[in-house]
Design a binder for this molecule. Structure first.
Ligand code: CAA
Length: 387
């Protein structure tokens, strides 16, 4: 069987963040509620001229610069913070990256889950067409009402993955465990900028979906728990990963080793939730922050999307994978960010939404190569600063 998987992966997150200690001070609560209780230190904040398209293009650019665009004939864009009900966000990214016009391009949605079916579809496609590559991008802005229980779990980021029949980082296994149920744990009707959610209930349904997907993975002939070296979870906040890992070990009647999941939480602790990108940020964090060489080791991944869907699948780390990571770039990106004061956070949060037909020129703030310059005549104008 043809091996398929991730040839390379790269992430991007905006240059500004809010320290959760700042939020705790403002709310008059113990900062440990955030640092220990939910396991988060910082939340990334997009500027006025950044959105899912600019973050996606920033995440994908290093892949194109290093591996070229030859063979890419499909862009799959996963998001739950879409900017248009009709046009796929990936079409803007396709133009910004200068990809071939002979390309299919589509957006996928199912809460935080949709990058996983995108990855699976991409692997199936390149198995059929090993001369082709697929660009899978997950990009989201996690935004909750201020003073809601979700406020400390905001964040923003994008992960881009080059999927091919020459995986240089991870080979994706063919077996998945699947679970789907119709529930209202977290959702965002079209007329709302922020989601509605039942926080505690959502964490319980997440854990239930994990066990159901794991059982299905086992029933389908998946690997045994002890075959896995690392586990990666969808991380709405890093403590959810700890809860998930404890729950899975108990369900599998296996000894708990939290070190198997901790490296995957490092980046997420300082970025916050990035919805569809979150599990792939955790995967990047696992690969880049595990001191041990993971070559040949198996990683178990659990992807969750409220509403709800869950998928457990496995990946095997390819020898030489470290040569295909962007570790230095990612660490510099996180290190060079700036903390904002509470009032600046509020003014970013309160930035008015575009009004029908109104002209909007956006302040030049983005530190990356791409920015949303304006919205004129209901059309979004993106700029490549290097063009
Ligand atoms: N020091 C240390 N720990 C403290 C503390 C302190 N001073 N004060 C409180 N804590 C602990 C609590 O004991 C609690 O721990 P346990 O979970 O072990 O009980 C933890 O901090 C959280 O505190 P609360 O129980 O008071 O809960 P909360 O009101 O802060 O809400 C939450 C937590 C429900 C997760 C909330 O952040 C939320 O609603 N988030 C948005 C929804 C979400 O992320 N759901 C996750 C599953 S759905 C999903 O995964 C999809 C998605 O991306 C949204």
């Amino acid at each position: 069987m043809i091996k398929t998987g991730i040839e390379a992966l790269s992430f991007y997150t905006p240059h500004r963040y809010l320290k959760l200690a700042t939020l705790a001070e403002r709310q008059g609560i113990d900062p440990e509620k955030f640092s220990r209780g939910i396991g988060q230190d910082k939340i990334a904040l997009p500027g006025h001229d950044e959105d899912i398209v600019t973050m996606a293009a920033e995440a994908a650019r290093p892949l194109i610069d290093r591996y070229g665009a030859d063979g890419i004939d499909t862009v799959l864009f996963a998001t739950e913070t879409g900017i248009d009900q009709s046009k796929a966000a990936g079409i803007y990214v396709h133009q910004l990256l200068g990809l071939s016009p002979n390309c299919r391009n589509v957006e996928l949605k199912q809460a935080c889950y949709s990058a996983t079916p995108a990855l699976q579809l991409a692997c199936s496609y390149v198995a059929r067409r090993p001369d082709r590559k697929v660009l899978v991008i997950a990009s989201d802005v996690a935004r909750y009402d201020r003073d809601s229980s979700g406020e400390a779990t905001q964040g923003a980021g994008a992960v881009a993955m080059l999927i091919s029949a020459e995986p240089k980082v991870l080979e994706i296994g063919a077996i998945s465990g699947l679970f789907c149920e119709d529930i209202m744990d977290f959702w965002r009707p079209n007329h709302r900028r922020t989601p509605l959610f039942d926080g505690k209930y959502s964490t319980l349904r997440y854990l239930n979906a994990l066990v159901e997907a794991w059982r299905d993975y086992q029933a389908n002939g998946g690997k045994a728990y002890e075959d896995f070296s690392r586990f990666c979870y969808h991380l709405p906040f890093s403590r959810m990963g700890e809860k998930a890992h404890r729950h899975l070990a108990k369900s599998a009647k296996a000894p708990l080793d939290m070190d198997q999941a901790l490296a995957g939480m490092e980046y997420n602790r300082v970025v916050g939730n990035a919805y569809t990108a979150s599990i792939y940020l955790a995967l990047t964090s696992t690969l880049e922050n595990s001191a041990e060489d993971l070559a040949g080791k198996s990683i178990g991944l659990f992807s969750y999307g409220s509403g709800a869907t869950g998928e457990f699948f496995d990946a095997t780390v390819v020898p030489g994978y470290r040569d295909h990571l962007f570790t230095d770039r990612h660490k510099a990106l996180l290190k060079d960010r700036v903390a904002v004061e509470y009032d600046d956070y509020v003014s970013l949060w309160d930035a008015p939404a575009a009004q029908d037909g109104a002209e909007l020129t956006l302040p030049d703030e983005a530190q990356g190569r791409y920015r949303l310059a304006s919205i004129n005549d209901n059309k979004r104008i993106y700029i490549d600063k290097n063009a």
